[in-house]
Design a protein around this ligand. Structure first.
Ligand code: G6P
Length: 609
C-alpha cells in the first residue's frame, strides 16, 4: 500500500529509486512518480498507471543526479491522476516529499496553510507545505515540527534543495526502513526494495526520524532522533534473505513460485525447534511469562485470521484453554476483557497491519501479555508485542498470502503443542507423535505439488463456473475460508467460505447447478458429517469439488471432481488441504488473465484502516 524509495549517496539516484519502486510494486499501487535533484532544481516525472509508463517517459527524459525520491501511490484522497501522484512540492518547489499513510487532520491543516498554493487533492500535500512553513534552514527541525502536527499515519521521505546531500525520513504507524551501505543511504517502505543494495537495514521505530547525509569521506552520516529532537539511535540488523528471493526463478508469477516453496518453508519452520527427546517445541528468546496464561485471545486480519482459527482449535484441544478469536478490525474497537492472565496472540506476516497493531496496543494498555507471530524482524508489531515467535517463510512478494499462510499455521500449531506441554495437558508421548507427524508435512505438501497438473485440469473443467461456495468443518473450516479468499483475491470471482454445518441455515437456498461447492473433506473426526453435508448439496443439483484423502472412494462417489491429498493427522491437515486450493485459484486467475501477483484494489501490507 504505497511504496516509498529515497536515495542519497554517490551513485546516480534514478536507477536506484526505480529499481526500489519495482520491488515495492507488490504492495499495490495505481500511479507512480520520482523527483531527482539535478544540481539546480528538482526535476520530476509522475503519471497514473504502471511503472512501465513512468519508465517509458523517463527514457525520453532521464533525470541525472544523486539525490532522489520515488513513490508508488495507492489512492486514498483524490483520484488517480498525474497531479495527485507523488512526489509533492512546496510552493517554491525547493522541498519535495513522498508519503505513505493517511493524514486525518489534513482538511484543518490545509485551512491553516491558506497562504500556500495547493495543486492536488491529496492529504499528503499538506505535509510538504507544513514542512515549508516550519523551514528556517534546518531540514530535520522542519520535518520534526511538521510531523508533530500530523494526526494519522505517515511514513515520509523529504528532500531539500538547500541540502542536496541529505534526506530526512519520519514515520508513525506506517513502516519505513533505512538501508546502510558505506556512502549510500536508502530509505524505503520495506526491505524488499533494499535487498539489491544492502542487507544491513534499520527499521525506524514508531515516532522516529532519520537524517541521512552524504559526507564525502566514503561513509554516510545517518542519525535517528525522536519527535522531541532527542537522539534515538538506529538499530541495524542484517536480514537473512538473499536477493534471489525477490526473483521469479523461471516461474511465471511470484505467487506460483511461493506456492511451490512451501515444502521448503515448512521445513524451515521445524528446523531446530522439535525436541523429540523431551517431547516439546523449542522457541528462542521467549520469556517464561508467556506460559502462565489462563485464557488466550487471538487476533489477526485476512489469511492470518484463518491461521488464527486453526491455532484456536489446536490450543483448545491440546492446552485445554479457552480461546477467543477476533478480527483485529473488531477487537481494536471492542471490549475484550484483558488482564495479566490473558495472552493476546497477534498473527501478522508483515508485522505492519494497522488493525492488528492497534489490537496489540489495546491489549497491552489493558494489561494482557502479548505474543506476536510474524515474518518480519523489526516490524511494528514485533516491537510492540512483549514476545515474538518469528516465522521463517522468507520473502513473499505475491500480494495474496501462500507460503506465509502455511507458515503461520505451522507456528500456531507448534505453539499450541508447547503450550499443552507447559500446562501438562499434553503428554510427552502424544507430543512426540504430533511432532513426528509435523516432520512429514513438508514432504506431504511436496506430494500435493507434484499433482499440480491435475488441479490445472480441474480448473479448466470449471471454466464456466462463476459462483463458488467453500465448505469445511473444524480444522478445515479455516481451509474453506482461505480457499475462498484465494479464489476471490486472484480470480475476482464470487467465492464464499462457510461452515459446512451452517449450510442448512441459509446457504442451501442458493444451491443449484450454477453453484460449485468446494468441500474440504479429509479423513478426520468430522468426516462423516462432512459427507452428509455434501450429499445435501448434491441432492439439490450443486456441483461438488472435493479435497479428499487419497484413495477415498466414498468422496469420489459424491463429488464431480476430486483433489486428492495425502493422509495426515487432522491437526496438520490444513497445511496439506489448502495447497490444491491455492493452485485452483491460481489456474482460474491465469485463465481469466488476472494480474495474479498484484490483484486489483488489494495491497500486501495494509498499513491504514
Ligand atoms: C492483506 C494481504 C493478505 C494478508 C492480510 C494480513 O490483506 O493482502 O494476504 O493476509 O493483509 O496481513 P498480515 O501481514 O497482517 O499477515
Amino acid at each position: 500500500m504505497c511504496g516509498i524509495m529515497g536515495y542519497v549517496g554517490a551513485r546516480d539516484a534514478l536507477p536506484v529509486v526505480i529499481e526500489g519502486l519495482r520491488r515495492l510494486e507488490y504492495r499495490g499501487y495505481d500511479s507512480s512518480g520520482v523527483a531527482v535533484w539535478n544540481g539546480r532544481e528538482f526535476h520530476w516525472e509522475k503519471c497514473p498507471g504502471k511503472l512501465e509508463v513512468l519508465e517509458d517517459r523517463l527514457k525520453r527524459r532521464p533525470l541525472p543526479g544523486s539525490l532522489g525520491v520515488g513513490h508508488t501511490r495507492w489512492a486514498t484522497h483524490g483520484g488517480v491522476t498525474e497531479i495527485n501522484a507523488h512526489p509533492h512540492f512546496s510552493c517554491d518547489r525547493r522541498i519535495t516529499l513522498v508519503h505513505n499513510g493517511i493524514i486525518e487532520n489534513y482538511a484543518e491543516l490545509r485551512r491553516s496553510l491558506r497562504r500556500h498554493r495547493f495543486t492536488s487533492d491529496t492529504d499528503t500535500e499538506v505535509i510538504v507545505h507544513l514542512v515549508e512553513e516550519h523551514y528556517r534552514g534546518d531540514p530535520l527541525g522542519a520535518v520534526r515540527a511538521a510531523a508533530r502536527r500530523l494526526h494519522g499515519s505517515f511514513a515520509i521521505v523529504v528532500a531539500f534543495a538547500d541540502h542536496p546531500d541529505l534526506l530526512v525520513g519520519a514515520r508513525r504507524n506506517a513502516p519505513l526502513v533505512v538501508g546502510l551501505d558505506h556512502a549510500d543511504t536508502f530509505i524505503a517502505s520495506d526491505i524488499a526494495a533494499l535487498l539489491p543494495h544492502t542487507r544491513k537495514v534499520a527499521p525506524l521505530q514508531d515516532g522516529q526520524l532519520v537524517v541521512a547525509r552524504r559526507t564525502g569521506n566514503g561513509h554516510a552520516d545517518v542519525r535517528g532522533v525522536d519527535l522531541s529532537g532527542r537522539p534515538a539511535p538506529l538499530h541495524p540488523i542484517t536480514v537473512p534473505w538473499a536477493l534471489e528471493e525477490a526473483d521469479k526463478h523461471g516461474y511465471p508469477h511470484f505467487y506460483l513460485k511461493e506456492i511451490f516453496e512451501q515444502g521448503q518453508s515448512l521445513e524451515a519452520e521445524l528446523q531446530g525447534r522439535l525436541d523429540m527427546k523431551r517431547g516439546g517445541v523449542v522457541f528462542d528468546g521467549l520469556s517464561s511469562d508467556v506460559k502462565r496464561v489462563r485464557r488466550v485471545a487471538i487476533t489477526a486480519c485476512g489469511s492470518a485470521w484463518h491461521a488464527g482459527l486453526v491455532a484456536k482449535y489446536a490450543i483448545e484441544a491440546l492446552a485445554r484453554l479457552p480461546v477467543q478469536l477476533e478480527l483485529a478490525s473488531e477487537m481494536r474497537y471492542g471490549d475484550t476483557p484483558f488482564d495479566r492472565g490473558t495472552l493476546l496472540l497477534a498473527i501478522s506476516q508483515s508485522g505492519e497491519t494497522a488493525d492488528t497493531l492497534e489490537a496489540v496496543r489495546l491489549a497491552r494498555r489493558n494489561g494482557a501479555r502479548t505474543l506476536a507471530i510474524t515474518n518480519m524482524k523489526g516490524s511494528s508489531i514485533s516491537r510492540e508485542a512483549e514476545d515474538v515467535l518469528y516465522m521463517r517463510a522468507g520473502l513473499e512478494i505475491g500480494v495474496a498470502a501462500s507460503k506465509t499462510y502455511t507458515s503461520q499455521v505451522m507456528c500456531g500449531l507448534l505453539w499450541a503443542i508447547q503450550l499443552g506441554r507447559w500446562r501438562r495437558t499434553l503428554s510427552a508421548d502424544h507430543a512426540r507423535a504430533l511432532l513426528r507427524e509435523a516432520r512429514r508435512v513438508p514432504d506431504l505438501v511436496r506430494r500435493v505439488l507434484d499433482r499440480a497438473g491435475a488441479v490445472r485440469r480441474v480448473a479448466k473443467r470449471l471454466a464456466d463456473c462463476k459462483d463458488y461456495m467453500y465448505i469445511g468443518r473444524r480444522f478445515n473450516l479455516a481451509t474453506a475460508f482461505e480457499g475462498a479468499l484465494k479464489m476471490k483475491e486472484l480470480s475476482y470471482l464470487h467465492a464464499e467460505g462457510y461452515g459446512a454445518g451452517e449450510m442448512k441455515h441459509g446457504p442451501l437456498a442458493i444451491v443449484d447447478d450454477r453453484l460449485t461447492t468446494v468441500a474440504v473433506v479429509p479423513r478426520d473426526g468430522v468426516y462423516p458429517k462432512m459427507v452428509s453435508n455434501i450429499q445435501q448439496i448434491r441432492s439439490r443439483g450443486g456441483r461438488i469439488v472435493a479435497v479428499a484423502t487419497e484413495g477415498d472412494g466414498n468422496a469420489r462417489g459424491v463429488a464431480d471432481e476430486v483433489l486428492a491429498v495425502p493422509r495426515v493427522d487432522e491437526l496438520f491437515s490444513p497445511l496439506v488441504t489448502v495447497v490444491p486450493l491455492q493452485l485452483l485459484a491460481y489456474h482460474t486467475a491465469v485463465r481469466l488473465k488476472r494480474d495474479v501477483d498484484k490483484p486489483r484494489n488489494l495491497a500486501k501490507s495494509v498499513t491504514v484502516e
